[in-house]
Ligand binder design. Structure first.
Ligand SMILES: Nc1ncnc2c1ncn2[C@@H]1O[C@H](COP(=O)(O)OP(=O)(O)O)[C@@H](O)[C@H]1O
Ligand SMILES: [Mg+2]
Length: 349
């Protein structure tokens, strides 16, 4: 089999443009970022590079001339740098700078916007299937309120009236909690926002939401949670990831089964897992499940965008996702994240 071609890239400039290039390129198979440099040691891309294990150097000359670099991306916008690179690069090495890198940066911004639209569209498409679950869960407390109100109209004893009134208030709180959870889930997430997120808390929240999206019939839920599985990420996006994985798991267990939610911390890696005892994924399809629009479900049940979005969100937060599956036995989706940065006491930051 032919070896896949690898492009070795050096990035000059670790400001906004350099950081965006780093974020995008490190996700693409076949591209290796051999190093990044910036004359400002606190440029944001340098820290991001360290998180991604991309070498950081202040020796521009060394980076440009060595390491088998095949493409230099100069986003410094500095004409002196352009001349320097052309003078020192090895022959045959290609350089993108000036207007070309600006164009690349514009394309990345455009792609980021499109991706955000796609997340939202997929979420809205999924909400269609929530209707039956929501109607059921809102109807129960409504029926209770109706019954209590009918009794109240006849009831003379003030103590019983107070008790019914308390039950009615509780039932109203239950319905408003459902509405609050769902409106929070449906809103457009601001992809830029990042926070410390406890993965166990997010899995529990996602479980509540997923109960509206898919029918949990004869499904036992088991949780194995580690203390403090905390990562840096966007809370809405991570919720969306887990709702997708849990919905897929439940849809795979049409005859019932066990849904296992797992979090853990292994060294410098924070883990979340969603396992099912469902139909499993045939070996020849496993490579395709993360492709956009790949689905084995009938229209109305699947868009094929769930796992594609899951993978993009995880890559954005520098995580990895892998799947193990056996037909007829079930599947496990495992996500690995870097840990959240520790919060420094104020006088140290
Ligand atoms: N837990 C699972 N068990 C079995 N098959 C799965 C599971 N998760 C995903 N798949 C397969 O991957 C496909 C793509 O999943 P996804 O991207 O979420 O799209 P959708 O759920 O809309 O079909 C599914 O149609 C299904 O064939
Ligand atoms: Mg899905």
């Amino acid at each position: 089999m032919a070896q896949p071609l690898t492009t070795k890239v050096a990035i000059l400039g670790a400001g906004k443009g350099g950081t965006a290039l780093l974020d995008l390129l490190h996700q693409i198979p076949g591209i290796v970022i051999v190093g990044i440099t910036d004359k400002n040691p606190s440029a944001p891309g340098l820290q991001r590079a360290r998180d991604l294990n991309v070498p950081v150097t202040d020796e521009v000359c060394d980076l440009v001339a060595n390491h088998g670099v095949s493409l230099i991306l100069d986003v410094t916008g500095d004409p002196d740098m352009e001349r320097f690179v052309l003078a020192h690069k090895s022959p045959g090495v290609e350089v993108l700078s000036g207007a070309a890198t600006r164009l690349l940066w514009n394309l990345i911004q455009h792609q980021t916007k499109l991706q955000a639209e796609l997340f939202h569209a997929e979420k809205l498409a999924g909400l269609g299937s929530f209707a039956a679950g929501i109607a059921h869960d809102i109807n129960n407390p409504l029926q209770l309120i109706l019954g209590l109100a009918e009794y109240l109209a006849e009831e003379q004893d003030p103590a019983v009236v107070r008790e019914y009134a308390r039950d009615i208030v509780q039932a109203v709180h239950r319905t408003s909690a459902i509405c609050r959870d769902l409106t929070r889930y449906a809103r457009r997430s601001l992809g830029e926002e990042s926070a410390r997120v406890d993965l166990s808390v997010k899995l529990d929240e996602a479980l509540k939401i997923a109960r509206y999206a898919v029918e949990f019939q004869d499904i036992a839920v088991v949780r194995h949670y580690a203390p403090e599985p905390i990562v840096t990420g966007n809370p809405d996006e991570l919720l969306h990831v887990f709702v997708n994985l849990i919905s897929n798991a439940v849809q795979a267990m049409e005859q019932g089964g066990t849904l296992t939610l797992h979090t853990g911390v292994e060294g410098r890696t924070v883990i979340a897992g969603v396992s099912d005892t469902g139909c499993g994924i045939p070996q020849d399809l496993i490579g395709r499940i993360f492709e956009p629009f790949f689905t084995t479900k009938p229209p109305g049940k699947g868009t094929g965008l769930g796992l594609y979005n899951v993978k993009s969100i995880i890559a954005k937060w520098h995580g990895k996702i892998c799947v193990e599956s056996r037909v007829g036995m079930g599947s496990t989706f495992r996500i690995e994240f870097p840990p959240a940065e520790p919060i420094l006491p104020e006088n140290e930051s």
